[in-house]
Design a binder for this molecule. Structure first.
Ligand code: SF4
Length: 452
């Protein structure tokens, strides 16, 4: 086994964009300390799996990845150290260390900033099964280096970490700690650094971006942060994700409406519309307020692309309450919509609730909503045929009839559809205007009309 100083390290990042930033920061810190980061798992001397433990499918995916690597280690075909970081380690590190002895070290979410120290000490760990779990209070700053995917022209920017909302179904506050915001100065400094690296799109994230600044003495405002970010040269698009319906304010909507660089796009996870369910979820917002917020956003921001996510099968979701949700989806016609099946998470208040819904029924409800949404999305996309859209070109197309794949202002990465375009004279990372010529349920298709 190589000395740590000469080791090649690979990070596997699972879960959400917030976890991805932690992986990028760990990679940046390790790289800065002189250790070599590689993007291949099979030739790495140290593999770090940055895990997710939000809901059951995410836990299963993380566990599967760890078990595959543990089995490889057991076979002895190659030697490497295995480190498990992130939310799964924070939540189950102690239990897992007893069950998977192939893992050399478990580190929790509070240890991101200490990754260099932990990796350098890997050789000193006498027995495997070391577990380091501290208070989850890490908050990155612009001083933390990040390793970005080199070909990408967009980057996430985490303006806060943790959450103080305590939704009854969610384990995030216990895994990531209470909400804590970065200062506007530090966020803008990072945005400037990203612009200098050639990033054109900044995607603002946090567990609840609209709670930004509430924990700071100076009470900075999200709307002002957005406007200041829009002044940065080189940044072309700014996109806001994870807005909470109980916290989004008119000034944020106005900032979106009046700044050319801020995409007319809001991700507003509402989870449900029935008041009994919203109250049992502890969402602190009633159905009528959600409806008002949506009407107001659509009135203030013309051409708004509205995304939401829902949870179906929450305890107590009777057929009638589910029908109410279905009707709301039909009436509201969200541009993009994702549905989670309620996951009964130990340690949460909702897990104690009676009237849990059978898994099969939860799946049926999810499928019903997704079928409805496919038709809505198809109609909205078809309505865009003939329009001119700016597209951020991201990669070559795997379809023979199109040259590149990108996203227009209406589409966020990973969660929304994509735009296929024709025209060989373009560059990955550029923003080009296309005329939309066709559409399907989730994707758009376009031909070139100009470049800037
Ligand atoms: S807002 Fe609710 S669902 Fe979102 S992270 Fe916070 S507690 Fe979890």
């Amino acid at each position: 086994m190589k000395k740590i100083k000469q080791s090649k390290i690979h990070i596997i990042s699972l879960g959400c964009s917030k976890n991805l930033i932690d992986s990028e920061v760990m990679g940046g810190l390790l790289n800065k300390s002189g250790l070599q980061m590689i993007d291949r798992n099979d030739s790495a001397d140290i593999v770090i799996v940055n895990t997710c433990a939000f809901i059951n499918p995410a836990k299963e995916e993380s566990l599967e990845e760890i078990l595959t690597l543990a089995a490889e280690k057991k076979k002895g075909n190659r030697q490497f150290k295995l480190v498990v970081a992130g939310c799964l380690a924070q939540r189950y590190g102690k239990e897992l260390s007893a069950q998977i002895p192939e893992v050399d070290l478990f580190i929790g979410t509070g240890e991101v900033g200490n990754i260099v120290r932990h990796i350098n000490k890997l050789d000193e760990i006498k027995s495997r099964r070391a577990v380091i779990i501290s208070k989850p209070d890490f908050l990155m700053t612009s001083q933390h280096p990040r390793i970005l995917t080199p070909t990408m022209a967009s980057a996430y920017l985490k303006i806060s970490d943790g959450c103080s909302n305590c939704c009854s179904y969610c384990v995030i506050p216990s895994l990531r700690g209470r909400a804590r915001s970065r200062t506007p100065k530090d966020i803008l400094r990072e945005a400037q650094m990203l612009a200098k690296k050639g990033i054109k799109e900044i995607i603002i994230i946090g567990q609840d971006t609209t709670a930004y600044g509430r924990d700071l003495k100076s009470r900075p405002k999200l709307a002002i942060l957005l406007k200041d970010m829009a002044q940065i040269q080189g940044i072309k698009w700014i996109r806001l994700l994870y807005a909470h319906p109980a916290h989004i304010t008119t000034d944020v909507m106005e900032a979106i409406a009046t700044n050319e660089k801020i995409c007319r796009y809001i991700d507003l996870p509402i989870q449900h519309i029935d008041d009994t369910i919203l109250s049992a979820m502890n969402r602190k917002v009633a159905g009528v307020k959600i409806k008002d917020i949506i009407a107001q956003a659509r009135q203030i921001i013309p051409d708004l692309a509205l995304r939401t996510s829902l949870i179906v099968g929450f305890p107590g979701e009777t057929s009638k309450r589910f029908e109410k949700l279905m009707d709301f989806v039909r009436e509201t016609k969200f541009d993009h919509l994702g549905v989670f099946i309620y996951s009964r998470e130990e340690g949460t208040d909702a897990a104690q609730l009676k009237s849990q819904i059978p898994e099969k029924e939860k799946e049926r409800r999810r499928d019903l909503i997704m079928t409805e949404q496919a038709a809505i999305s198809h109609a909205i996309n078809t309505g865009l045929i003939g329009s001119i859209q700016e597209v951020l070109i991201e990669e070559k197309s795997d379809r023979q009839d199109f040259d590149f794949v990108g996203r227009c202002r209406r589409q966020a990465p990973e969660i929304d559809g994509i735009t296929y375009v024709k025209g060989t004279h373009t560059k990955i990372g550029s923003i080009v205007k296309y005329k939309i010529t066709a559409a399907d349920d989730y994707d758009l298709f376009g031909e070139m009309v100009g470049r800037h």
